[in-house]
Design a protein around this ligand. Structure first.
Ligand code: ADP
Ligand code: MG
Length: 248
């Protein structure tokens, strides 16, 4: 694997009760790249994320990570998270009874281990980190608010902020725009585009306008393998892609 690759999956397959959800799938992600993954329902997009994060182990193939070409297949989910792979699920999982500031402080604490949550709330360095994260996700004005009172979109951004607090090298995001208004989707795009300047961000999304604004390479999955890859214009003109995905 060369130095322009952060994650390489090669020849992975996984079956559930005889059904091949992932079928000899291979592709690479670079170190500071935005990548969109699109494809019809059941194409294997979420299963791909399950495999990278260690939730599902493939029957065959390799998942190779980082400069040391480390296999992720031997690692547990928590070891993979500590390697610097963060994942955002569709439903936000913030601490509803805590403030935005406390949520971010807890996410920072988890990274640093020995420091108390109070370290981030009471020290200048801790407060500055929380402020910087809040700025990045556009929630500066919401820092004192109870997270449970935030809108759906704001909760999603807070969760992205909590993942960024862990400083992942790869961030996997499954359908971030679902249930968002157009304005919220724009803001989500901006957060992810900014995040991808310093890390790899892989976004599964159905909303083509959202994918267009990500302005990145697109991988189209179908029946568990890559159907097409390239710019959005390139893949949306591909006849196979039109037949199995866009034309329906
Ligand atoms: P996508 O996210 O692209 O819509 P998924 O990766 O969720 O697709 O699913 C791919 C296929 O694998 C689907 O047919 C789905 O029903 C099946 N599948 C996924 N996870 C499991 C599981 N844990 N057990 C059984 N079947 C599964
Ligand atoms: Mg899915």
């Amino acid at each position: 694997m060369n130095s322009s690759t952060l994650l390489e999956v090669s020849g992975i397959s996984v079956s559930f009760d005889g059904f091949k959800a992932i079928d000899n799938l291979s592709f690479n992600i670079g170190p500071a790249e935005m990548r969109a993954i699109i494809g019809p329902n059941g194409a294997g997009k979420t299963t791909f994320m399950d495999i990278v994060t260690g939730k599902t182990k493939p029957d065959e193939g390799h998942v190779i990570w980082g400069e040391k070409n480390r296999s992720l297949l031997k690692l547990s989910e928590s070891q993979i998270a500590r390697e610097g792979i963060g994942r955002k699920f569709q439903r936000p999982t913030v601490f509803e009874d805590q403030t935005v500031r406390e949520n971010l402080a807890m996410a920072l604490k988890n990274k640093r281990g020995p420091f108390d949550v109070l370290f981030y709330k009471k020290t200048r360095e801790g407060a500055a980190k929380i402020e910087a994260l809040a700025e990045e996700i556009g929630l500066t004005d919401e820092l004192p608010r109870i997270a449970g009172e935030l809108s759906h979109g704001q909760k999603q951004w807070l969760e992205i902020g909590m993942l960024l607090a862990q400083d992942p090298r790869l961030l996997l995001v499954d359908e971030p725009a679902a249930g968002m208004t157009a304005t919220e989707r724009d803001h989500t795009t901006a957060i992810l585009v900014e995040a991808a300047k310093t890390r790899a961000v892989v976004v599964v999304e159905h909303d083509m306008e959202f994918v267009r604004r990500l302005n990145c390479k697109v991988t189209v999955l179908h029946e568990g393998s890559v159907l097409a890859e390239g710019s959005l214009d390139h893949v949306t003109q591909n006849q196979d892609v039109i037949d199995v995905y866009l034309g329906r």
